[in-house]
Design a protein around this ligand. Structure first.
Ligand code: EPZ
Length: 419
């Protein structure tokens, strides 16, 4: 398995470009199943999860061709099976996003249960309950979700928990249902809004995206379109923290303002100066040590759980103590024991972590366990004294395009050791 070797203690300076959003690309690629016309999806990040999605769609008979730059042409006119196999789904839970589109367009689907992952049990009961409410007959057997339906019918669905991919699956399914679907307590994440924009460009009628109530008028069919995926707000936040933790000055280009305000507010609270260009953000820490900031994760627009590990790294070297509360996933502190190996002072009790800032972290061999935990370890390594080796970085490659090139552009001393 590839490893990253990082030599810390150097303030980052320079510019890097943010890639397309992984968590908008994955549902948008799945949404291409809703039409027999070709769709061109642009600004697609080159990530392992995107490669997995393409393999999943191709296995169904979808023609996927990479077009110039970061474009992907998707043609689902010749789908010959509705099967999402375990060996692919187990590597990427977001494969569940083909369920709604398959049932809506083909009246059937056979999708492996995603199973849990390092950060939690990750159930999909709300996806299944919502499709059942729309008239699908769903059985879960032998580790697979087997769905059958005539034309889905619009329904009023109240989600008991805010679920991002659950909202996305049901919104996609509703675009071809007969009548109107109302989804209450819907996720408000910017990636959900990006998907809604894509669907409406395909001729769907989705209203309320970005609010907690979606109203979708079903259509008989959708048509192809050409769409540019939004920039990745979590990648943006991660590189801003890289600038903050090293006391440096970084500028990120191709940023979508208004998608990570809760993160920016916490960076300012930590003492960072922020300046805004039309599509850029510059963070300047002016060589200062960050101040400790309390964090409580929650669904958008609150502080994103996908930025928790990154801010824990920042807090480990901050001035003062901080309390971090993870309310979305039950086991999203896998990075704690690895940061402790670097000298961090963290106490975890249930979903609460108390972090006491230390003067310095020290480099150590550490192991990545999940995508955002790995990002937290890389950030710790950037500020640690000496050399850190981050193992199992396939986790990172799932969600960060060319991480060593981008951090290298910002002056980090980082190299990949292929295994
Ligand atoms: C999406 O996961 C993201 N993934 C995650 O990003 C992100 O951390 C998460 O939303 C929260 O923002 C993609 O968009 C591909 P949820 P998702 O359903 O949709 C419970 C990353 O790092 N729940 O919003 O799987 C669930 O257990 C990844 O890029 C049910 O109980 O998360 C959790 O406690 C990690 N039943 C809560 O809802 C369900 O049917 C939120 O999960 C579905 C979810």
């Amino acid at each position: 398995m590839d490893r990253l070797v990082i030599t810390g203690c150097k303030p980052l300076e320079g510019e890097a470009r943010v890639s397309g959003a992984k968590n908008a690309t994955l549902p948008i690629l799945a949404a291409c199943l809703l039409t027999d016309e070709s769709c061109l999806v642009r600004n697609v990040p080159h990530l392992h999860d995107v490669t997995t999605s393409i393999a999943l769609l191709s296995g169904m008979g979808v023609r996927v061709t990479l077009s110039d730059g970061m474009g992907v042409e998707v043609d689902a006119s010749a789908v010959d099976n509705v099967h999402a196999p375990y060996d692919l789904v187990k590597t990427m839970r977001a494969s569940i996003l083909v369920l709604g589109p398959l049932v809506a367009r083909f009246g059937e689907a056979e999708v492996s249960l995603p199973g849990g992952c390092a950060i939690g049990s990750r159930p999909v009961n709300l996806h299944i309950d919502g499709l059942t409410a729309m008239g699908a007959d769903i059985r879960v057997e032998n580790g697979y979700i087997r769905a059958r339906a005539g034309r889905l019918k619009g329904a009023r669905i109240v989600l008991e928990t805010v679920t991002v991919t659950g909202t996305e699956n049901l919104m996609m399914a509703a675009t071809l249902a007969e009548g109107t679907t109302v989804i209450e307590n819907a996720a408000r994440e910017p990636e959900v809004v990006d998907l809604a924009h894509f669907l409406n460009r395909m001729g769907a009628r989705v209203q309320g995206a970005g609010s907690d109530t979606l109203v979708i008028e079903g259509a008989k069919r959708l048509h192809g379109t050409d769409y540019e995926v939004m920039p990745d707000r979590i990648e943006t936040g991660t590189y801003l923290v890289a600038g903050a933790i090293t006391g440096g000055r970084v500028t990120l280009k191709n940023v979508r303002h208004g998608t990570l305000d809760a993160v920016l507010a916490k960076l300012e609270e930590a003492g960072a100066g922020l300046a805004y260009g039309e599509h850029s953000i510059t963070l300047d820490m002016r060589g200062r040590r960050p101040r400790a900031v309390d964090i409580r994760t929650a669904p958008y627009p609150a502080f994103p759980t996908d930025m928790q590990a990154q801010f824990m790294a920042l807090n480990t070297v901050a001035e003062g103590a901080s309390t971090m509360i993870e309310t979305v996933f039950e086991n999203r502190y896998m990075h704690v024991q690895e940061l402790e190996r670097m000298g961090a002072d963290i106490r975890v009790q249930g979903n609460v972590a108390v972090v006491r800032g230390v003067e310095r972290l020290t480099g150590a061999p550490v192991m990545a366990t999940d995508l955002r935990a790995s990002a937290g370890l890389v950030l710790g390594a950037l500020v640690a004294e000496g050399e850190t080796e981050v193992d199992r970085i396939y986790h990172i490659d799932r969600g960060y395009e060319c991480i060593e090139e981008k951090l290298g552009q910002l002056g980090a001393r980082i190299r990949r050791i292929p295994e």
